[in-house]
Design a protein around this ligand. Structure first.
Ligand code: AHG
Ligand code: MN
Ligand code: MN
Length: 330
């Protein structure tokens, strides 16, 4: 690992945005701070009973909220509000968007967040993550934030990233100039640039899908999974199935090793399970910046016009040649 810290990298990259006020840098900094705080609690989760398990509530999508879901949501909200660069956020864990109009009415940016992704894996000590995405508001600065500021297509993202709380903590992000990854050194409390200009291998050998749902997936998906399982020396098949059940960790592995992640429409989730604003769009931006592809099976994810905050979409994302193969079967 080199000696470039995330702090230095952010300052250096500010020159990518001529005339920049540094607001975006400040947003990334608040996320890196909240990530450290959440990571500390996650590391204690097995020991600290007050932080493990169900919070006793459900989010608007009817999913059980874990105590860490609620905790992480609070930490990211506070960190983002505190820096005064964000006028509102939308979170997977909140019913509606939250405005910071009282304190931050001159701020230009809104942030979408999945504070804790893969939260069903908390209690079993498996990698989880945080996903974020940043947009410029479309309504005038100084006026109250509106729903339309949040319902922007993914092509309007100015930054997106994720934190993976794994065997080590990593923060990976893009501002539209490639993708870079930083590994946290807990001994000194600093993230170092460890994965410079990350690129999906064009070919991969890993497919990630919840195969328990295969019978209710559309035929193209079933055919592709069969293709992955066939014996063929020339293309090095069968491929390996890997599915953690934390999108952040599954995507991160596939980005490094080469692979494809698919959460298609199923009979239980006819629009797929993953949320367009908090999960699909940020990963689509990162995937494209890393030379990969992200679709809903047919359409480019980032061109979908959202109509509601918690909208779900099928997600197909990963290495270019694998994505082209599945597209040819859909
Ligand atoms: P979240 O914990 O934020 O609700 O997200 C869970 C998501 C995603 O991380 C994962 O890939 C997927 O749900 C797993 O769903 P299945 O259990 O249906 O496979
Ligand atoms: Mn999630
Ligand atoms: Mn979540």
């Amino acid at each position: 690992m080199g000696f470039t810290t995330l702090g230095e990298f952010i300052l250096d990259k500010q020159s990518d945005f001529p005339g920049s006020s540094g607001d975006l840098s400040s947003i990334i900094s608040s996320i890196r701070l909240a990530g450290k705080i959440v990571n500390q609690q996650i590391n204690k989760a097995g020991l600290a009973k007050h932080i493990l398990g169900w919070a006793g509530s459900e989010n608007i999508q009817g999913e059980q909220q874990q105590k860490l879901d609620v905790y992480a949501d609070e930490q990211f909200r506070k960190a983002l509000e505190n820096r005064k660069m964000v006028c509102g956020i939308a979170s997977e864990e909140e019913d509606d968007f939250i405005t910071f109009d009282n304190n931050n009415k001159d701020a230009k940016y809104v942030v979408m967040i999945d504070p804790l992704d893969g939260s069903s894996n908390i209690d079993v000590n498996v990698s989880i993550g945080t996903i974020f995405s940043v947009y410029k508001r479309v309504t005038p600065v100084g006026t109250p934030v509106q729903l339309e500021d949040f319902l922007q297509p993914g092509t309007a993202q100015v930054a997106a990233g994720y934190i993976v709380y794994g065997s080590s903590m990593m923060l990976v992000y893009t501002t539209g100039h490639g993708v870079n990854g930083f590994t946290y050194d807990p001994g000194i409390g600093v993230y170092f640039l460890s994965h410079k200009n990350m690129k999906f291998p064009e070919d991969g050998r890993i497919y990630s899908i919840n195969e328990g749902n295969i019978n209710s997936c559309e035929k193209g998906v079933q055919d592709y999974v069969k293709y992955c399982q066939e014996d063929d020396k020339a293309t090095n098949r069968p491929y390996s199935a890997r599915y953690i059940g934390s999108l952040v960790a599954d995507f991160h592995r596939n980005l490094i090793k080469g692979g494809i992640y698919v959460y298609p429409a199923t009979s239980k989730n006819p629009n797929g399970k993953l949320r367009l604003l908090y999960e699909c769009n940020p990963f689509a931006f990162i995937a494209e910046q890393a030379g990969g592809i992200a679709t809903d099976g047919k359409r480019r994810i980032m061109e979908i016009q959202p109509t509601e905050l918690h909208q779900r979409e099928p997600l197909f994302t990963g290495s270019k040649n694998m994505m082209n193969k599945i597209a040819s079967m859909m």
